[in-house]
Design a protein around this ligand. Structure first.
Ligand SMILES: Nc1ncnc2c1ncn2[C@@H]1O[C@H](COP(=O)(O)OP(=O)(O)OP(=O)(O)O)[C@@H](O)[C@H]1O
Ligand SMILES: Nc1ccn([C@@H]2O[C@H](COP(=O)(O)O)[C@@H](O)[C@H]2O)c(=O)n1
Length: 232
């Protein structure tokens, strides 16, 4: 596995859905001049491609056979992250309810994980000044030698309330249904055989339930700065 230049800092941020991984990672990367990679967007992109190409997302064999076909490219500027599939901007369609409901089944297929993990490692290795990579298995599997690993948590109630706030005006905002859906997705992601959602043994756990987003960002920035200072 290739690693980034010695001065670069690699930060892995994992955790269940709605704990603030994307918002925190983007802001931390922007503040510290690092690149940013949203690995969930990559699993969403491959899921979107499967749906639009008529692949049965309940058929792991069909998914495995097709897994190498889409060309997924992630842009890592934290101010404007991008995701394309076969050259098409996928940033909007990957956020639909249909993709969200099918992404756990697609991302559980080992052939999908092998391909996406290789892609993630090559992006991290080419981020010369360092990168914040967020997902579910970054600290445990994708980048086990990351300089700093963070595992964000929050109560299901807080996470559902955050998600409902996002959805208001766009789709149904039933708090109980939102909570059930995220608990179900977390259970699928934690329960799969290959590279499940899990906290690395050496990750710092941050419970964000009672923290504002700014407080979480500040906490992670401090942890990165401490890590950098300790390496000098
Ligand atoms: N500490 C916080 N307090 C209040 N709202 C927050 C906090 N952290 C994040 N949010 C809000 O919660 C919502 C979900 O955050 P975000 O998308 O960053 O979570 P996530 O962990 O990346 O979720 P997913 O894994 O499902 O993509 C966003 O609207 C974000 O602004
Ligand atoms: N490292 C990762 C990241 C994500 N997944 C899967 O993608 C889904 C969508 O992730 P979001 O962060 O965009 O909500 C997630 O539910 C997982 O199924 C993954 O497996 N590994």
């Amino acid at each position: 596995m290739e690693t980034a230049a010695p001065s670069a800092v690699i930060v892995a941020i994992d955790g269940p859905s709605g704990t603030g991984k994307s918002s925190t990672s983007k802001a931390v990367a922007a503040k510290l001049g690092l690149r940013y990679l949203d690995t969930g967007a990559q699993y969403r992109a491959i899921t979107w491609w499967m749906i639009t190409n008529g692949i049965d997302t309940d058929d792991p064999h069909a998914i495995a056979v097709a897994a190498g076909k889409p060309g997924i490219v992630s842009g890592t500027d934290p101010a404007a992250p991008t995701i394309t599939v076969d050259g098409l901007d996928a940033s909007v369609p990957i956020r639909t309810q249909e993709v969200t409901s099918k992404v756990s089944a697609v991302s559980a297929v080992p052939e999908v994980r092998t391909l996406i993990t290789e892609l993630q490692r090559s992006i991290a290795a080419s981020a010369e000044g360092g990168i914040v990579v967020e997902g579910r298995d970054i600290g445990t599997t994708v980048l086990p030698d990351a300089d700093l690993k963070i595992f964000l948590t929050a109560s299901p109630e807080a996470r559902a309330a955050r998600r409902s706030g996002e959805l208001r005006g766009k789709e149904a905002t039933d708090l109980a249904a939102t909570k059930d859906a995220l608990i179900k997705r977390d259970a699928a992601d934690s329960g799969r055989k290959t590279s499940p959602l899990a906290k690395a043994g050496d990750a710092v756990e941050v419970d964000t339930t009672e923290l504002t987003l700014d407080q979480v960002i500040e906490c992670v920035v401090t942890l990165v700065e401490e890590k950098r200072a300790g390496r000098q």
